[in-house]
Design a protein around this ligand. Structure first.
Ligand SMILES: Cc1cc2nc3c(=O)[nH]c(=O)nc-3n(C[C@H](O)[C@H](O)[C@H](O)COP(=O)(O)O)c2cc1C
Length: 173
């Protein structure tokens, strides 16, 4: 069968279609957490996480200007990135809603940097906020990784706007 031709688009004209194109870039799913100035744990689901630099060890993620948690992340000196395991879809859904007390009933602990680490995550990166860049409708947070840990757990994937399994990765090249 002939391959469908590539569809050219203008991101200014059709933001929905632009989102569809971006959604072809498969990612993992994280919950980025921090503490409010009152010491309450907060967090949100984010797939904008990416590595930036090995030396120094830097990562980034971006937060919508519309997030009610923006002031919390702007005042925080540290944050943690919890890379979700495949069996944590319910947590991803919970932290993708603008609700209060997202941590209620969610098993977590506070480790070296005193940031909330979610039990059962496949990997965790504790970061000191290194820089913030306002860019379009998001703020990019760059973190200097202070501590990390990881497991063999299969991670939760996200592709074309849906959760996906990437547990069966095999070497193709
Ligand atoms: C898979 C997935 C990835 C997401 N990635 C991001 C992201 O990178 N940045 C962001 O600001 N919101 C992202 N969101 C949306 C937020 O999780 C959602 O708006 C949430 O309500 C934000 O929490 P808050 O309203 O408590 O700030 C994502 C949602 C999902 C389901």
């Amino acid at each position: 069968m002939a391959e469908k031709p590539s569809i050219p688009g203008n991101p200014e004209h059709d933001p929905r279609d632009f989102r569809n194109a971006l959604g072809l870039f498969a990612t993992g799913v994280t919950i980025v957490t921090t503490k409010t100035s009152a010491g309450e744990p907060i967090g949100l689901t984010a797939n904008s996480f990416s590595s930036v630099s090995l030396s120094p060890p830097l990562v980034l993620w971006s937060l919508s200007l519309r997030s009610p948690n923006l002031p919390n992340f702007l005042q925080a000196t540290h944050f943690a990135v919890n890379v979700l395991a495949q069996d944590q879809i319910a947590l991803s859904q919970r932290f993708a809603r603008p609700i209060l007390n997202k941590f209620e009933g969610v098993a977590h602990r506070f480790a070296g940097s005193d940031m909330p680490l979610i039990d059962g995550a496949a990997a965790q990166f504790e970061c000191r906020t290194e820089a913030r860049h306002y860019s379009g409708d998001h703020v990019i947070f760059i973190g200097h990784v202070l501590h990390y840990s990881y497991t063999e757990r299969p991670i939760l994937g996200y592709f074309r706007g849906r959760y996906a399994s990437i547990a069966t990765i095999s070497d193709i090249g």
